[in-house]
Write a protein that binds this ligand. Sequence first.
Ligand code: PLP
Length: 392
Amino acid sequence: MIPTVLPTYNRAPLTFVSGQGSWLVEADGRRFLDLGAGIAVNALGHAHPALVGALTEQANAVWHLSNLYEIPAQQALADKLVDLTFADTVFFTNSGTESCELAVKMARKYWADKAPERTEIITFSGSFHGRSSAGIAAAGSEKMTAGFGPLLPGFVHLDFGDHDALTAAAASPSVGAILIEPVQGEGGIRPVPDQCLKGLRDLADEHGLLLIFDEVQCGVGRTGKLFAHEWAGISPDIMMVAKGIGGGFPLGAVLASETAASGMTAGTHGSTYGGNPLGCAVGGAVIDIVSDDAFLAEVSRKAGLLRQKLEGLVADNPDVFESVRGSGLMIGLKCKATNIDVVNAGYAHEILTVPAADNVIRLLPALNLTDDDINEAITRLDKAAKSVAADG
Ligand SMILES: *Cc1c(COP(=O)(O)O)cnc(C)c1O
């Protein structure tokens, strides 16, 4: 008999009942060090007082209004994001995949009356843009698309890093945009080098294409800048955001330049829950904390410390790990052992990590984890690795 919850997930047999900072408490009382943060969502850890405060204050005032009326928390968060980024305007969503939907629609609408043949969007192998029809068609992998055809047309899939194919595709008269994650997440924590992001900007400018960054996983302070593309000193035309921006409350956003958003007039797009007061109140509290320069400097310092210790961990466990990669607190450990075995050994040693493609385990900790948490993480990962090596 089919389970009452549709069985689309492979869940670990763990039930967490409460959390504090980077720690989660299992129903049996064990304390787990959480280096997954709900897949890069709990950017400020569990039960952060400023977030709990913002949510309860809004909950006591009003929960939901709909976009038929003004929503002050939504307006305030949009103003903050415009102030802090390249963007001139923001649309709020509830998830990354919903942000993908609008990014694709916005690109098509931009071209609709200028050059309606420019419907195609260039995307890359190993990418992940969510599980909606547009998201799976954009990423294009067999694993996500099999059985779900006919797929939404209009995507040109290129191999990650194939510069010649990219140059050729960008010159095509049917292409209107390029969509890329500055740091691939699900694909195995693969950063796009800064000079390549600059090259993408130049290529987009040369052909008049829209450059769309998917910062759903790498954005909101994760790499030590508010948004990952800032390291390259360039800006996209459209950016997808979700995960960390809500700190655990379902919230996403599409940020855009005035030019890129020019087709999106009243009635062209909408979302019942998007920009809901509860989500925007929490999102405002997250952005206030994460956008602070001193906070971001601490993210970079902790990332440096963790990275250095992880290099030692890899050197000490050469049969289990191959290398460390990533950007800031978005870290991949490329495994020699099977990544799932390492994640499972972590469960046995009360530490949470997240598997990714390319035989990688991901560390996506809360951005405010402590130096003690980092030391404890290395101790537990080392025990987990030793147990995998002993079993192997
Ligand atoms: C998680 C993710 C998405 C999808 O977000 P959902 O909130 O799961 O819909 C899209 N793009 C990237 C890069 C992601 O990591």
